[in-house]
Design a protein around this ligand. Structure first.
Ligand SMILES: [Mg+2]
Length: 195
């Protein structure tokens, strides 16, 4: 049996780059004293907060300046050490072309020093892209990717929005189960086509 290509797909925002932390910090700066606060993933975020989010993330340099997330980089280092080909898979916000450019700049600055052979795809549909494993914090993108990949393996850095997510093909990583992450990655790495 041929060996499947050992590609590990990594999301950026919420996985390697701290989108939520920066967005919450900047929303706090714009909030009036005593104003009601909402989760970023509130189902029905009021229009004025959506408008603030858009204004924040349209500032030049905002995406390029995002901080690194420890949980995502833990998994990235494991994948690099095991010899996975690293491929960044991130969604491009349709109405913010500058974000696409800055995501590439972030990738160059933060990912390439660790994984010089890494590549990046900016897409509207993560389900189209092949990988043996996907590291992504957002349940709908994970489910979409797993839809046609019954043996695909997912890893999720724990966050507010995925803490209750559960799926047999997905390992939730909270910083304490790195051994489990290593073992599942090794199994995936060794898996041959058709098995
Ligand atoms: Mg994400």
């Amino acid at each position: 049996m041929p060996t499947l290509e050992n590609i590990a797909l990594f999301d950026l925002d919420g996985t390697l780059a701290d989108y939520d932390g920066a967005m919450l910090r900047d929303l706090r700066k714009l909030a009036a004293p005593g104003e009601t606060t909402y989760s970023l993933y509130h189902e029905d975020l009021p229009a004025h907060l959506e408008a603030r989010k858009n204004a924040i993330s349209r500032q030049p340099g905002w995406w390029a300046d995002l901080e690194e997330l420890t949980l995502g980089f833990d998994v990235l280092r494991e994948c690099v050490d095991l010899g996975f080909q690293i491929h960044i898979l991130t969604k491009g916000p349709r109405s913010k072309p500058a974000a696409w450019k800055e995501k590439v700049e972030w990738f160059q600055q933060h990912v390439l020093p660790l994984a010089p052979e890494a590549d990046i795809t900016i897409t509207q549909d993560k389900g189209l892209v092949y990988g043996k494993v996907l590291i992504d914090d957002f349940p709908p993108y994970m489910l979409r990717w797993l839809e046609h990949r019954p043996r695909g393996l997912g890893f999720m850095p724990l966050s507010e929005q995925n803490k209750d997510f559960s799926h047999p093909n997905v390992v939730l990583y909270d910083g304490r189960n790195l051994v489990e992450v290593q073992e599942r990655l090794q199994e995936a790495y060794a898996r041959q086509a058709g098995k």
